[in-house]
Design a protein around this ligand. Structure first.
Ligand SMILES: Cc1cc2nc3c(=O)[nH]c(=O)nc-3n(C[C@H](O)[C@H](O)[C@H](O)COP(=O)(O)O)c2cc1C
Length: 214
């Protein structure tokens, strides 16, 4: 099935030819093959500062006073996207600082003290999400904290975390040689992001008892 929906792939590594970027490009290729409109962006092209204390930092008109390109990334790329894939290296068993600061900086725009917060909140919510992670270590526990964080982000924003891809590599682009084929997984995630079956039941969720059509 094809889709013409808008997908943003956010790369949280400083390495333009690194492993996160390699898998991000796989997501792009899969998504474009499915007809999506895809933008791949490196967070640190846009974000050069940590979140500050909005109460003392915010301009009189309510705008964020930090002079970098975060606003452009949020309003021109993230909010209009119906799907977002975060592609981050594992740093200290967590997200890279680039990826985390992207999430933190959104606070400035969904906080009640921002005049347009209601629109920002509406624009942040109800997306299809994917997570792509690369680590040097292979053991599954290395990325579990991040997966949990992203699941909570999805729950908080009424979004759907439809897939997680985990690759292993250290040298630039080495993830291509990962025998578990994360590049193929990344392409598949991109292809299926908007179509993949997603379910998250509650005790009273009506259901037929079967998951797949016969
Ligand atoms: C600051 C830093 C912290 C890292 N922490 C971990 C870690 O906790 N576990 C791990 O398996 N790899 C860790 N790594 C290795 C990276 O995850 C690995 O090199 C990855 O391929 C980098 O992705 P990139 O090419 O997209 O930058 C770390 C690398 C750096 C630079």
């Amino acid at each position: 099935m094809t889709s013409s929906r808008r997908l943003l792939v956010l790369v949280g590594s400083p390495r333009r030819n690194g492993n996160s970027a390699t898998l991000a490009d796989g997501v792009r290729q899969g998504a474009e093959a499915a007809g999506s409109t895809v933008a791949v962006r490196f967070i640190d092209d846009y974000v050069s500062s940590l979140l500050r204390d909005c109460r003392t930092c915010r301009r009189p008109d309510g705008e964020c006073a930090i002079e970098d390109r975060f606003r452009e990334l949020l309003f021109d790329e993230f909010i209009p996207a119906e799907g977002v894939v975060f592609a981050s290296p594992v740093y200290w068993y967590g997200l890279s600082a680039q990826t985390k600061v992207f999430l933190d900086r959104m606070f400035c725009y969904y906080a009640a003290s921002y005049p347009g917060s209601a629109q920002a909140i509406a624009g942040m919510a109800r997306k299809r999400l994917g997570l792509v992670l690369v680590s040097e270590e292979t053991y599954p526990g290395a990325s579990l904290g991040i997966e949990h964080q992203m699941q909570e982000y999805a729950r908080y924003t009424h979004s759907e975390l439809v897939g997680v891809v985990r690759g292993t590599g250290n040298a630039r682009g080495e993830v291509r040689r990962d025998e578990r084929s994360p590049l193929a997984d990344a392409e598949q995630l991109g292809r299926e992001l908007f179509e993949r079956k997603y379910s998250d039941y509650r005790i009273d969720t009506p259901r037929s008892g079967k998951v797949w059509p016969a």
